[in-house]
Design a protein around this ligand. Sequence first.
Ligand SMILES: NC(=O)c1ccc[n+]([C@@H]2O[C@H](COP(=O)([O-])OP(=O)(O)OC[C@H]3O[C@@H](n4cnc5c(N)ncnc54)[C@H](OP(=O)(O)O)[C@@H]3O)[C@@H](O)[C@H]2O)c1
Length: 300
Amino acid sequence: MTLITTPFGPKATAAQILDGVDLGGRRYIVTGGSSGIGRATTEALRGAGAEVTVATRSPGPGERHVDLTDLDSVATFVAGWSGPLDGIVANAGIMALPRRETSRDGWELQLATNFLGHFALITGLRENLRGGRVAIVSSGAQLRAPFDFDDPQFERRPYDRWAAYSRSKTAGVLLAVAIGRRWPGDGIAANALDPGYIHTRLQRHVDRATMRGFGGMDADGNLIMPDFYKTPEQGAATSVLLVASPLLDGVTGRYFLDNRQAPTGPGGPDAPAGTVADWSVDPAAADRLWDLALTVTAGR
Ligand SMILES: NC(=O)c1ccc[n+]([C@@H]2O[C@H](COP(=O)([O-])OP(=O)(O)OC[C@H]3O[C@@H](n4cnc5c(N)ncnc54)[C@H](OP(=O)(O)O)[C@@H]3O)[C@@H](O)[C@H]2O)c1
C-alpha cells in the first residue's frame, strides 16, 4: 500500500493546512474542543468558515454539553443534533489516571472517555454523517499495548495507568479501521492520528520523572520545548487535515502523524516512533472491538 504524503511537514499549523480551503456551510463537532489541541482544531476550522460545535463537559457560550463517560449524556447530545454533519473530531481524552476509576456505566475511565463515549457518539450520528469524515485523535501510545479482549478493563489483572491509556488509543485506531468495514456504503471516511507531543492539561497526572523521560521537563522541573514538541496549533494540523482538507478526499482506515500516513510495524517496547502497530490496524481486531462496543453501548 502506498503511504499518503502531503506538502505539509510536522510543524505546519492547522491554519496553514486549511489556507485557501473554504469550509463555508460545513458543520463539524470537536469533542474536548475548549482546550489544548481541540481548541486549536476548533479555531482553525472556524477560521476557514466552518460551523463548529464544541462538545465539552463545561460548555461556554455556543458550546454543547457532553460527558463522554456517561452514555446517557452522549445519547442526549445525539438526540439534540439535527441536520447534516460534515465531520467529527474525536479529540477529547484523559491520560494515565493514577488509580483505576470507572464511568457511570461501569467501564474503566480511560477506555470509557477515549473510546466508548466516542463510539457511542459516532454511531449515534451515523445518519447525519453520511458522506462526511471522522478524525480520531489517537497517540503514539498505541504502539505500547494491543487491545486486551480477555481483560479489557483490568478486572482480572492489576491496573496499569499507561497500559490503560495505550489500549484506549489502540482502540481508537481500530475504530477508524472498523467504520469503513461496517458502513461501506455510507461514504464516511474515518482515519486516526497522533498529534505529536504538545504541552497541555493532558499531562496533569504525569509525574516529573516521566515528563523528563518524554523530554518535556528539565532537571529543575521546568517545562521545556525540545525541537520535536509542537504548539497546540501545530498539534491540531493533522486533525484538520483528516477531517477537512481536500488532500484527503476518499482516504479511509489509515493512521497519520505529522501530516502524512505512518508506516505499519510491530508494536511493543522497541517499536520505532512514528509507526502504527500492526495490532492497531488489524481488521479482525477492529471487527471484534466494534462488536464488543456495540454490546456495551446497546446493552446498558
Ligand atoms: N498533548 C499531547 O502531547 C498528546 C499526545 C498524543 C495524543 N494526545 C491526544 O490529544 C487529545 C487532546 O488532548 P490535549 O493534549 O489537547 O489535552 P487537554 O487539553 O486535556 O484536552 C482534553 C479535552 O478532553 C476533554 N474531556 C476529558 N474528559 C472528557 C469527558 N468525559 N467528556 C467530554 N470531554 C472530556 C477535556 O475537557 P475537560 O475540560 O472537561 O476536562 C479537554 O477539553 C487527547 O485525545 C489526547 O489523548 C495528546
